[in-house]
Design a protein. Structure first.
Length: 95
């Protein structure tokens, strides 16, 4: 009987950046403007498996998150954390 061993999947930092950006509601062109880049440049960055540390730091700063959050973003954990909050006490007033 052969046993299959799963290799840990390498993080795709560009895709993580895209997920974080979308989660925060930031459009590519807005991020690009804040970084002094074109929207096309942001699109290319989001397709890269790795992002230079200096650039990642600038992007993270503009988005208001840490570079580690982008680098290690885990969608399942994010959803779990969101779902773990207890909103029963929250009220909406029309004042």
């Amino acid at each position: 009987m052969t046993e299959t061993v799963e290799k840990p999947r390498k993080k795709h930092v560009g895709k993580n950046l895209q997920k974080v950006r979308v989660f925060l509601g930031v459009k590519q062109d807005t991020l690009a403007a804040d970084l002094g880049m074109s929207q096309q440049a942001i699109s290319k960055i989001e397709q890269q498996e790795e992002i230079d540390d200096e650039l990642l730091l600038k992007i993270a700063d503009v988005l208001g998150v840490s570079p580690e959050l982008i680098r290690n973003f885990d969608e399942e954990r994010a959803i779990f954390n969101i779902n773990s909050y207890n909103y029963r006490e929250a009220t909406i007033s029309d004042n």
